[in-house]
Design a protein around this ligand. Structure first.
Ligand SMILES: [Ca+2]
Length: 247
């Protein structure tokens, strides 16, 4: 039993992938394992979840739940235990809070201040959204953060029993606590993210027909080979560009 639990723990793989210094996608993915944790019986809601546009979400297909905010920050707000990662899922905390912090030294910065640092410490230096460019490739600002959320897919979203997933997403302490409506909400959110996967912003996907573009009817969103993927995109460009201008 112990060996099995350890396997499940390490079968969850967490990837933080800074592709560009100013435009940082991160994604979490995992290979699933059958849940065998004891059934806890005390439901505990931690508040509402914005279903179609969630500000926090969770990778939870195996025996660990790991939460992330849409700006890429660690968060303690999803778990009923008030911690970022719970292991075993639905029980005590495993990681209080973590995140990615990076530094860049470049001769493009002033000689007096050649280093820039960004990311997450206890506070977060990023906001959700992608960097926006003009037709010549110059940075003109960043996208509206309200148009972004934590994107989440799982390959079996349309057939799986999502009771346990929804119970975890809604912050209950019991894997069977979610209502039928809450389960449907989670399914709807999976469907939306599957059909609107941000491949245009370089969210990873398996290009099944190998044509170099994302087609939700053929391709598989998420990190290739992974069952669930949780993906966010964030930036530290101050100016937010709206459709009609900037503010
Ligand atoms: Ca394709």
């Amino acid at each position: 039993m112990v060996k099995s639990s350890v396997y499940k723990l390490f079968s969850t793989m967490i990837i933080w992938l800074p592709l560009l210094f100013d435009n940082v996608p991160s994604f979490l993915f995992a290979r699933g394992a059958v849940i065998t944790s004891s059934e806890l019986s005390v439901p505990e809601a931690t508040g509402s979840r914005d279903i179609m546009n969630p500000a926090v979400s969770v990778v939870n297909i195996n025996n660990m739940a790991y939460w992330i905010a849409k700006d890429g920050a660690g968060t303690t707000q999803g778990s009923p235990n008030g911690q970022q990662a719970d292991y075993p899922i639905f029980t005590g905390g495993f990681i209080y809070e973590d995140g990615m912090l990076w530094g860049v030294k470049s001769n493009q910065y002033s000689a007096a201040e050649p280093v820039r640092v960004g990311g997450s410490t206890y506070s977060q230096g990023m906001k959700a959204g992608n960097v926006r460019y003009d037709g010549s490739g110059n940075v003109i600002g960043s996208d509206d953060p309200t148009k972004h959320h934590v994107w989440r897919v799982r390959t079996d979203w349309n057939t799986a029993d999502l009771t346990r997933d929804a119970s975890n997403f809604y912050g209950y302490s019991s894997p069977t606590a979610a209502s039928a409506q809450e389960i449907q909400n989670v399914k709807d959110q999976y469907e939306y993210d599957w059909n609107n996967w941000r491949a245009d912003l370089d969210a990873p996907y398996d290009d099944v027909d190998n044509n170099g573009s994302y087609d939700p009817t053929v391709d598989v969103p998420g990190y290739p080979g992974a069952e669930p993927t949780v993906w966010t995109i964030s930036n530290d460009v101050p100016t937010i560009v709206m459709l009609m201008g900037t503010f």
